[in-house]
Design a protein around this ligand. Sequence first.
Ligand code: ADP
Ligand code: MG
Length: 639
Amino acid sequence: MNVRNPHPSVRAGTPPMTMSGLRRSFSLLKNYRGVAFLAYFSLFISTAAMLMVPQITQNIIDAVTRGLVAQKIAALPAAFQSMALQQLGWTAEQFARYRDGGVNAVLWSGALIVLFAIARGLFAFSQGYNAERVSQGIAFDLRNRLFEKIQRLSFSYHDRNQTGQLMVRATDDVDKVRLFLGQGLLIALQSVVLLVAALIILSATNYRLMLTILPILPVAMAVFFVFSRIAQPLFLGVQQRLSHLNTILQENLAGIKVIKAFVQEPVQKKRFNQAAEDLMRQQIKVSRTFSFLFPFVFLIANLGQALIQYAGGRQIIEGTLSIGEWQKFSMYLFYVFFPLGQLGFVISQLAQASASANRIYEILDAESEVKNKPDALELPPIQGRVEFRNVTFKYFGSSEPALDDVSFIAEPGQTIALLGATGSGKSTIINLIPRFYDVSAGSVLIDGYDVRDVTIESLRRQIGIVLQDTTLFTGTIRENIAFGKPEATQEEIEAAAKAALAHDFIMSFPDGYDTRVGERGTTLSGGQKQRIAIARALLLDPRILILDDSTSSVDTVTEYQIQQALNRLMKGRTSFVIAQRISTVRNADQILVLDRGRIVARGRHEDLLEESPIYAEIYHSQLIEDVPAVALTGASATG
Ligand code: ADP
Ligand code: MG
């Protein structure tokens, strides 16, 4: 992937290991203070409940063993009894309690274990549920901020960044940050609490035994760390291959017609198979590595247990350790290894989340080249006079200017036809009027206002755009026509649709204006979409219009109707038309002939035809004839 990076200081592919993005994501937590507190509080309770269980287990075992011993002593002749008690260091009162209390202690401890298990379950639920609420909330906030930012970023930013990359950031990267802030942090905290508490309890229970297993801990930590270091890139590899597979799939679904037209099915099938095989191999590699690594991890844990069995067993024989303590010790040992493993996992999660957070903030921090000046004016309702004054424009990263010292004036109500070969700069002129880009030199003036001095909103609201490739959004036809003016009444919408010659075909649908289009909606033809786009522009009633008069492949009747609709739309407005048809240039008040970013000829049709060889050439070879109205007499098709 060759992604041009907007920030040269940040090399693509290798995100710097800085925490700044993640640190800034933390501030998102503050919106969820209450819920986060609940999650952390629940975590402490459930962890405490977890830590209690080995202690109770010790109590049970000790009560049972002492009870057994006490009963054995009770069976001895009285003379030996006092000797045995002396040997054990028990008072007569203790002896009586141990002898009779064994069963009771077991019952009580059993009940306590159940109680703690319930508490642990309840608080673990509360922890998980609240953590998820926090993490989904953070993801929600991040996605909204990204969406808002991506909408505000200039065309220039979007030229430099692939749509796919931006999508990955709004989905994958947000998810990684979400997982870490919502769960990773909690797990890390729990691990630390568990680890520290277990180590303290172990030392307090039996210092010598603790010392025996101490050397294993750094080894375990090293193994877990290596484990996550190996595992992380493997999982990353799986993700990358999966996303590659998805890209191929998506391309194939979107481009299925092209693929079939060019008979590329076998090639595409091979590409897909290759990607699928890559994914499978990586998955197998993951499971192979894991099958190899897991025994190591268990080996370490078992080594710890074996040491406890041996050293503990000896201490029991020496009488410095009770069986209960022994059992407790080995249970707490699990609470040492378990968090070590978890920490290894969280550390790798941290690295990923940190890289993701940095990528997210790279977008959130990106400056839109086109933005309102602090003292920007509201553009008052305009007449529609457009002036380009010595405009030069260069796209980011290109060496040649796309427009070179272009000057012209369009008076209110005039039609300006733009003509020229592909790449001559027609679209670029059109992009500068609504300030999709800012000029590199010179200025664009509307009614005498420099477009950079007025607010973008007040400027764009007064410019209507109808391009050939119309985007309709998922929703009803009504919503699509009222896209720029959601408060429009049904009468206004219908009037616009009628003027755009769209009303009839809309009414021919069973649901009329409520017909759903877009994803899972009715499919509209190119001509129908175009007329909806014209109705959309008519509804806004802008003083300045930007048009592309080429029609997508439609039948002659539809084409005629589109031309009629366009003519109505252009009437009385300053219109810029990327001209494709003869009628447009013939009716134009001014024709601008562009060649490599310069205006090489300008004027009306009759004059240019005589004066400009380039114009004559384009006129004769590239423009298309209109559909003559006579050919359509009696035509009443709805397109
Ligand atoms: P036309 O519309 O007449 O075909 P354009 O205005 O689209 O021409 O393009 C003018 C020049 O600017 C061409 O050389 C084109 O390659 C270049 N260009 C157009 N759009 C971009 C862009 N987004 N980024 C970089 N260069 C561009
Ligand atoms: Mg173009």
